[in-house]
Design a protein around this ligand. Structure first.
Ligand code: TXA
Ligand code: MG
Length: 354
């Protein structure tokens, strides 16, 4: 299959281009489209055959449920069997935007979309192309991130093309995604509202609307003083090369990263480092390939740059990626989550040695 990439204005999408993509979706095909978080691989959510194509293009296992994207709150009634006051409150506050709500599933939603669960994930994206596409398709759109399963989510059309070339008929190129990490997934079906995946809407912002929202349950993060090669806990967001995550007081964290760069160089290995602007000077003559994610105190900058930087280092052919940590305020929680997952759940804390 030939994959066509069509440029589209992200603010004022050309209706004829939208219609071409929408016609494919109505006909049961898949289309890659931009959202404010990452690029999505969409199919008409109520057509089982179309949804199946998402799984085969991504090589995604059927036990991983999809998010259904809508363009208006009225579509919610079609997808969810009941809509709580909490859900309405959150939808009003954050939609359109990077928040996904887990709600009780209506029987209209194919089991394939929800991986057999009795709940459904719904979000209203705020990207004009995504909204125009959903409206023109006249159907909610099921869409995971437009990457191959286990790879880093795409924040540009080129990333999506690199993963899905020959597997999808059309990619709409609306330029780089604004947020850069995926939506926050919030479970509203098991008592206390709980974040399942931190993302583009922060815990602080959610709590300002619904004070009881719980943070994600701590994963299997293991603080370690011994550097081992990661691997056993790799889930999503896995870069193609091992990533080592460093934490601790800034000076010690930088010193530990520099020492590891030198160790690798002595073994003939080329390291890439992910740092912040304020670290650049320290790494200038380190011999590592250095990428800055922006100002460490500005998590929106770091989030927007993170996935592209991981892919860029992969493509440069480094043998290992060393990354600094970022603190957890605002989007920092999602950044830390993605870095931890890329690191197989391990974080190297030099300060622990004492
Ligand atoms: O920002 C985003 O959310 C992007 C854009 C394209 O909208 N989409 C995205 O989809 O990241 P995906 O499939 O890569 O991640 C969806 C997440 C998965 O972690 C999945 O397990 C979870 O949402 N999910 C979907 N349905 C669920 C459900 N019924 N219950 C619990 N988790 C669910
Ligand atoms: Mg994904």
């Amino acid at each position: 299959m030939h994959t066509e990439v069509l440029g589209i204005d992200p603010v004022h999408p050309d209706p004829a281009t939208i219609e071409r993509a929408a016609a494919l979706l109505r006909a049961g095909e898949v289309v890659v489209f931009p959202t404010e978080t990452v690029y999505g691989l969409g199919a008409a959510a109520l057509q089982t055959g179309a949804v199946k194509r998402i799984f085969s293009a991504k090589e995604r296992p059927f036990n991983d449920p999809l998010i259904v994207h809508i363009a208006g709150e009225d579509a919610l009634e079609q997808l969810a069997s009941s809509i709580s006051g909490q859900a309405k409150l959150l939808a009003r506050a954050f939609w359109p935007g990077p928040l996904t709500l887990i709600l009780p599933r209506s029987p209209l939603v194919p089991k394939l979309v929800t991986a057999g669960l009795e709940t459904v994930a719904v979000r209203m994206p705020r990207h004009p192309v995504a909204l125009a596409l959903i409206r023109a398709a006249a159907s909610p759109i099921a869409a995971p991130s437009a990457n191959r399963f286990m790879h880093v989510s795409p924040t540009t059309a080129q990333h999506a093309l690199a993963d899905l070339d020959g597997r999808v008929p059309l990619i709409l190129d609306g330029g780089p995604s604004e947020v850069g990490v995926e939506s926050t997934v919030l479970d509203l079906c098991s008592g206390v509202p709980t974040i399942l995946r931190p993302g583009g809407v922060s815990l602080e912002a959610l709590r300002a609307v619904l004070p009881g929202v719980q943070p994600p349950r701590p994963g299997k993060a293991v603080a370690t003083t011994v550097l081992q090669s990661p691997g056993q806990l790799l889930t999503h967001y896995a870069p193609a090369v091992p990533l080592l995550l460093f934490d601790g007081p800034e000076e010690m964290m930088r010193a530990a990263m520099l020492a590891e760069v030198r160790r690798r160089l002595e073994r003939g290995e080329h390291a890439g480092v992910l740092v912040a602007d304020e670290d650049m000077a320290a790494f200038r003559d380190s011999g590592a390939l250095v990428r800055t994610l922006g100002d460490a105190a500005a998590p929106e900058q770091v989030a927007a740059a993170l996935f592209a930087a991981l892919r860029a280092l992969e493509e440069e052919g480094v043998q290992v990626i060393l990354s600094r940590s970022f603190d957890e305020h605002g989007l920092g929680l999602a950044i830390r989550d993605r870095l931890l997952k890329a690191a197989g759940g391990k974080v190297f804390v030099p300060g622990l040695q004492e």
